[in-house]
Design a protein around this ligand. Structure first.
Ligand code: 8X3
Length: 252
């Protein structure tokens, strides 16, 4: 009997990461949940295990290279890596944005993805059919006012995906980039505005049905489960109410 394929999901403690872990588990993967918040991923792993799925939790900060390397030693063969950890900090104009925010966003979104991808690439290759998902954003493809360091970091992640795809063509690993637009999750906007729930609520004000974490998780699960010879290079997914980063229909 073939071994159950393993999927590693970073940032699995909430939002898109947690939803992706649920859906990949339901799709038959043994899911390995990673995030800094151990209690959350342990609770999710217990929930999934209780539902008859295979799930384990591993506390990990993707920016800590030594910890990531240690984590990677557990895998000789890996089917799927979903690089979801990351996020936004601040929405200040370039003129006044805090360089510390820019640095932190580059560190979590770009270097975090780089760390985990580099560390697990040998296991993904050894599987004979590995898939790397990089969860970027529509902010990776075009700019918007106040996008600041987030737009810059997500562009970096997009370029990482594109360059890696060029470099590893011919090896048994494909690189999928999923770029969501407006997704309403429990934490994204609140983190961006440092706990200011009023500012966070304004992001979605009057928008009829922003995407949910489940919508994006479905997109990821669909892309990952295409036949081995198919590569979804880049998939942009937005709510119907959003025509571009700055063109959003609001009923206010
Ligand atoms: C999230 C999309 O519009 O907040 O990645 O940059 S946006």
């Amino acid at each position: 009997m073939a071994a159950t394929p393993i999927a590693v999901i970073t940032g699995a403690s909430s939002g898109i990461g947690a939803a992706t872990a649920r859906q990949l588990a339901a799709a038959g993967y043994r899911v390995v949940l990673t995030a800094r918040r151990k209690d959350r991923i342990e609770a999710l792993a217990a929930e999934l295990t209780g539902a008859g799925h295979q799930a384990t939790a591993y506390a990990l900060d993707v920016t800590d290279r030594a910890a990531v390397d240690e984590f990677a030693t557990a895998f000789r063969s890996l089917a799927v890596l979903v690089n979801n950890a990351g996020g936004a900090l601040g929405a200040d104009p370039v003129a006044t944005g805090d360089p510390a925010d820019w640095r932190q966003m580059y560190e979590t979104n770009v270097i975090g993805t780089l760390n985990v991808t580099q560390a697990l690439l040998p296991a993904l290759t050894a599987s004979g059919d590995g898939t790397i998902v990089i969860l970027s954003s529509t902010a990776a493809l075009s700019s918007y006012e106040g996008g600041g360091g987030y737009v810059a970091a997500k562009h970096g992640e997009h370029v990482l995906a594109e360059t890696l795809r060029l470099e590893i063509v011919g090896t048994p690993v494909r690189v999928i980039e999923v770029a969501p637009g407006m997704v309403k999750t429990e934490e994204f906007a609140t983190t961006r505005f440092r706990g200011d729930t009023e500012k966070a609520a304004k992001v979605y004000a009057g928008v009829d049905a922003p995407l949910t974490a489940d919508d994006v998780a479905e997109t990821i699960t669909w892309a990952v489960s295409r036949p081995s010879h198919v590569n979804i290079d880049l998939l942009v997914v937005r709510p119907r109410a959003q025509a571009s980063n700055s063109k959003v229909h609001r009923t206010l």
